[in-house]
Write a protein that binds this ligand. Structure first.
Ligand code: MRU
Length: 368
């Protein structure tokens, strides 16, 4: 097995200013190869998101923001209406790459606002402002994840056993991750957690990515198959579960990687606190509950043959392969955001979190 550098030394997603390219770690190659790729064409950026070369809700949002900025640079017109039309076309195209993670449309909407609020400005000024916004989205993600880490760390104690599902780690964000942020911050403070990663069928984000990044950061990591987490929780070795999310509805129902709801059900049964780590950019207050969340369906070959030398399902057998599931709000102990931890009833507590965010935004504006 190759030796790795600490993954914190790498950028999951960045802008190459000199070559005007989106730079990502190709996550489909992990854990065996750390391959950094540079993308300049919109179709390649779309495909990188669709194929999960860059993945995880916040990282997808940052990649899309950089992607649409790069698209805007290519627009050759001084007419504002034509500029906006072409910008919108590029934005809609990137937005079509994956449906569940709200960060994708959230980031693209932020970029669109930059264009809309500069109606009539020269194209060069709009492009400069888009550049600044893409950088801001990226930088904010680091701060947000660190704040989630601080808030999450207050919920656990040194030596705890922590279970996580999928990869809501640094590889899913710019730095620290969301569900892994308390682990990284705990490590800085000598907490010595015992981390358990669900393998996360069918694309193995837990096995390939989370165990890789936490192990390379020097943490005590154990991988288990998804169908083993209930038996592990029953032993009492898990003190808390931390997971990420792709979209949280107003009532707290949470879409995250398929298998999350199974872990939440087991956690409830065995009295293990179950925390969803959610940047406010992943909370969609326009959706009342989980029924309104579109769940991405992916190709059957991810289940039948992708990881095997020969297909493991007879030809012609149908495959059920949703990429995400919805964990019912009543299974969730708390939603850890950058503005504090929301507890049930979520309709009220999430509204208070957004109020805090608004006040914070106004204060920051005044301090500028
Ligand atoms: O299909 P993926 O790998 O993009 O799914 C990722 C997840 O489900 C993560 O838990 C979620 O995006 C949160 S990432 C901080």
């Amino acid at each position: 097995m190759p030796q790795y550098d600490n993954i914190l030394n790498y950028d999951t997603v960045a802008l190459d200013e000199k070559n005007h390219a989106l730079v990502i770690i190709d996550q489909t190659k992990l854990p065996n190869h750390i391959e950094i790729i540079s993308l300049t064409e919109q179709k390649d950026i779309w495909e990188a998101i669709y194929l999960l070369k860059v993945r995880g809700a916040p990282a997808i949002g940052v990649a899309a923001a950089i992607g649409v900025y790069l698209a805007a640079r290519q627009i050759k017109t001084e007419d504002y209406e034509s500029f906006y039309k072409e910008f919108k076309k590029a934005s809609d195209y990137l937005n079509s790459s994956r449906p569940t993670a709200v960060n994708l449309s959230w980031a693209l909407n932020r970029m669109e606002q930059v264009v809309l609020t500069r109606k009539g400005s020269p194209a060069a000024d709009i492009i400069e402002a888009l550049h600044a916004e893409a950088i801001a989205i990226r930088e904010e993600d680091i701060e947000v994840c660190r704040a989630i880490g601080k808030n999450g760390l207050a919920l656990v104690k040194p030596g705890d056993g922590l279970l996580t599902h999928c990869n809501a780690g640094q590889l899913a964000t710019v730095r620290y991750g969301t569900a892994t942020a308390p682990m990284y911050l705990g490590q800085e403070e000598g907490y010595n957690f015992k981390i358990y990663c669900d393998e996360t069928r069918p694309l193995l984000q837990g096995a390939r990515l989370t165990s890789f990044e936490l192990n390379s950061a020097g943490m005590d990591v154990t991988v288990l198959c998804d169908n083993m987490s209930a038996s592990l929780m029953r032993t009492g070795k898990i003190n808390a579960v931390f997971v990420g999310c792709d979209r949280v509805a107003r009532n707290g129902d949470t879409a995250n990687k398929i298998g999350t709801s199974m872990a939440a059900l087991a956690a409830k049964r065995y009295g293990v606190p179950f925390y969803v780590c959610a940047p406010t950019s992943t909370i969609d207050m326009s959706i009342a509950d989980g029924e309104g969340i579109v769940i991405e369906q992916r190709k059957g070959e991810e289940v039948t043959s992708m990881w095997y030398e020969k297909p493991m399902v007879p030809e012609g057998v149908k495959v059920y392969n949703p990429a995400f599931d919805v964990t019912d709000a009543d299974l969730i102990t708390g939603i850890v955001t950058e503005f504090g931890v929301a507890y049930p009833p979520y309709e009220d507590s999430l509204a208070r979190i957004f109020l805090k965010k608004e006040v914070h935004g106004k204060v920051m504006e005044l301090l500028k």
